[in-house]
Design a protein around this ligand. Structure first.
Ligand code: ADP
Ligand code: ZN
Length: 263
């Protein structure tokens, strides 16, 4: 690998990075959901983004990326770039959403569930040397393993027998006093990324915030499991199972004769 010095020394005044061929300068924006002021901070870094994506979803392409400011860690990142022209602000909104989800994951873990979860620490990268297209992207650590989607914002629930991701969504709804719901749980194992937050008032968190409609889609399809019970969450029954129960709770009657119709 050919090494040379960064062209602009003043950009990297204190960082002692190795300039790899093909690397470029970037400003890295991070959001701290625990901070009361100055939630956004930025640092200068050097990154090397592979020119060809290794994966893509419906909306974005994913590129292997090396963050050269992390010489002691693997520095392996994924940069995600929208296929359609996207406002700079929406990359920031996505990072903010993921970091707020991270805070909720901490709350969830505090209840000592069988499996701890985490949202990847994401950031916005602004490529300062580029003059056209893709001046900004979202980035986060690369996670090895099978990437799976556990649920989504239109009521999809995967049938992979995983309880934790579904219970986490239910947990956020209950513990926010039904003011928000974190959905679109996906990632590798219990390392999650790219969540969506629905809010009661439908305000903020991008166009994916379906508000109370989003709540309903979840409530229609979520089936409570052993972890929901462990967390003492108020039970949710999918519509299909609710329909023959009526609205009045049935008392615990004792029927002496099994031939008696109960309903
Ligand atoms: P979209 O926003 O279009 O749905 P995704 O966020 O799903 O795009 O990203 C596209 C693909 O990139 C994913 O399906 C997955 O294969 C891969 N990917 C995304 N994030 C990571 C990550 N942190 N580590 C490894 N692979 C990832
Ligand atoms: Zn539940």
């Amino acid at each position: 690998v050919k090494k040379s010095k960064p062209t602009n020394e003043s950009f990297l005044p204190t960082l002692n990075m190795t300039f790899l061929e093909g690397s470029e300068r970037a400003v890295k924006w991070e959001y701290d959901p625990y901070a009361t002021t100055a939630q956004w901070t930025c640092t200068a870094t050097l990154v090397k983004v592979e020119p060809v994506p290794f994966a893509e979803g419906a909306f974005r392409k994913a590129y292997h990326t090396q963050d050269l400011s992390k010489p002691n860690e693997s520095g392996r990142y994924v940069s995600k770039i929208s296929k359609k022209p996207t406002a700079r602000g929406s990359y920031f909104e996505d990072v903010r959403m993921q970091m707020i989800a991270k805070k909720w994951a901490d709350k969830y873990n505090a209840l000592k569930p069988p499996k701890k979860i985490e949202f990847l620490q994401s950031c916005v990268l602004e490529f300062v040397d580029r003059t056209s297209s893709d001046l900004v992207c979202g980035a986060e650590p690369y996670v090895e393993g099978q990437y799976r989607k556990y649920n989504n914002n239109s009521g999809f629930v995967s049938n992979d027998e995983r309880n934790t991701p579904q219970s986490f969504s239910h947990f956020t709804y209950e513990h926010s006093n039904r003011q928000l719901l974190i959905i679109d749980i996906q990632g590798v194992g219990d390392h999650y990324t790219d969540p969506q937050i629905h809010t009661y008032d439908g305000v903020g968190f991008g166009i994916g915030n379906l508000g109370q409609k989003g709540f309903e889609k979840f409530l229609d399809t979520h089936k409570c499991n052993a972890i929901c019970q462990y967390l003492n969450l108020q039970s949710i029954n999918p519509k299909s199972e609710k329909s023959d129960c009526g609205t009045v709770p049935r008392p615990d009657l004792i029927f002496p004769d099994t031939s008696i119709e109960r309903d």
